[in-house]
Design a protein around this ligand. Sequence first.
Ligand code: ME8
Length: 661
Amino acid sequence: MKETLKDLGRQVMTAAKISKNMKSYYVTTPIYYVNSDPHIGTAYTTILADTAARYQRLLGRDAYFLTGTDEHGDKIAKAAAAKGLTPQQFVDDISGRFRTLWPQLYVMPDRFIRTTDPDHRAVVQSILQKLHDQGDTYFGEYEGLYCTGCERFRTEKELVDGKCPDHGTVPEIVKESNYFFRMSKYQEWWRDYIEKNPNVVRPERYRNEVLGYLRDPLEDLCISRPKERLSWGIELPFDKNYVTYVWFDALLNYLSGIGYGDNDDWQERWANCEHLIGKDIVKPHGIYWPIMLHAAGLPVFKHLTVHGYWNFRDAKISKSSGKPIAVEPLISVFGVDAVRYFVLREMVVGLDASFSVEAMQKRINSDLANDLGNLFSRVAKLIGDHFEGTIPVANHGEPELERMLGELRGNVRMWADEMKWHVLIEETMQFIRATNRYFESSAPWGLVKTNRDEAATVLRNCVEALRATAILLYPIMPGKMTDLLTRIGEPIQNFKLEQTAWGHVRTRAKMKKGDALFPRLEETEVRTALADYIDGGKSNVTEQAAPIARAATDGMISIEDFKKIELRTAKVVEAERIAGSDKLLKLQIEIGDEKRQIVAGIALYYTPEQMIGRQVVVVANLKPAKLRGEVSEGMLLAVKWDDKLEILSTPEHAPSGAPIS
Ligand code: ME8
């Protein structure tokens, strides 16, 4: 194995030697299909993995983070053909787009693997050969229902109304001679394993999903595709007329990405492997993968952590259904740190979450601009105005804040290991809110005049809290938290959790206030910049949807649109028929003090006499129009049904010109 890989001239990933007291941590994302661009869903899992790796480094572990692209298979071949490109040209392009997006999100993988990489191909072929040699594969004929969207056969039971539940498409019937992997042989072993290690698939609902698949006898896995139908794949080492089934190929990236069989570090990394996936791919990861590993004589991953879907207007955000949400416009409006903060705060790992620009703006304004950003600028301003911008000495600490920080620090490892980012963030923000209360109630702006030492102490204690918070939230917002730490005079370095303890602020360091750390976002600005995310798109919304989503559906208008319409009460002072028309009346109306003329299509229902003196409702800000040569400066509202029409009336005592809202 070693020799084969070296012969291929692969670029050996040289992981840093793991020292005895530094435990390894290895985190992965799914490798994404390159049949279309990245979107919020794919960005989410990748941000999650990046954050996990950064927290583990903060906790002193040697973390390795792998992501990449899944480039073989039917759907990629079809997408390339549709664009008139060769598969290789096509995958180079889209894989490149993933690689360019990730740094924009501060996502820093240790390796970006592509299933077209030569070292990956070698690993796939070596494992296939091993399974084949030990008799775990056989050749046979199979007929089944194949969903190209999932790139797998689906059982009748998994379909909803005959369609794939994830793609809404009817699977094709595929009948072929192929190679099969004896998955059924290991079914019992895997069920026992889960029962003995219940946390291996988490949260619990997904463990139950996996156990559900294991309740019925497993079918063997078809692991090849005949080249005559699909040539875009890794050739089987034992039959050149076949390529490897895309899922079998893709799952092995988790081994090739750490240099399986080719360096001394992969085993230690593998022993600490944490897979992160969305709930759409539980079966390949929760059934095929552990069984492939076991058959290959390898231990299974430490955890398979499954998260739910990001939905938009009640539909899953994806490239194949509904409207994918590109990430770049969000970065440009909210900033990359705030985007990371929002998705990690909003989604509880395991449950679905709703994406809305409105929720995002609210969250960023309240947590980041108000609670965190404002505290920093108020503290920095007072230190600037009264202590020459130098962080002063404290006479004493602040017991309640110290206690809260102690608790936070004690829990970080647990939250990070269990992927409870929403809790970690919320608890840290509670600490910042408590610091705000302390700042408010101590009123250091008054104290500087009466008790300068105490004012210095309060400000210094607030800087202690801000500094610890910046380090605690650094893995989530690496850019802004580095900025915050720089502004409080901290040299940038690889922080460790120990350095978040109270009392680490550098006395007499220079404090720089600078511009607002998180500028407040104005609603109109956000809505204008992200109009597509609010008003456009496909409607698929039910009554339970969030108000923002309901207002944004096709044919509906937003509250802002509605507010543009100016409705007022008006009094009709004169009325007459228009010569040559049996439908139109010309009305002179008063809207408060203003006189106007309106032409209304009501002559079949009202005589001029009936109209004079009436209070009516008009749209007061319509552009003037001409009807039968007469100017009409507004529109009168009426109810129409069957062959009847009745003018809307208002309470009699309401004055003319009153706005209607
Ligand atoms: O399945 N909400 O690739 P894929 C949350 N190539 N996460 C979402 C999401 C959403 N709306 N949409 C996508 C594949 N994701 C295979 C994987 S791994 C060996 C092979 C995320 O491009 C989530 O992580 O369809 C989901 O599992 C993954 O993207 C699917 O990516």
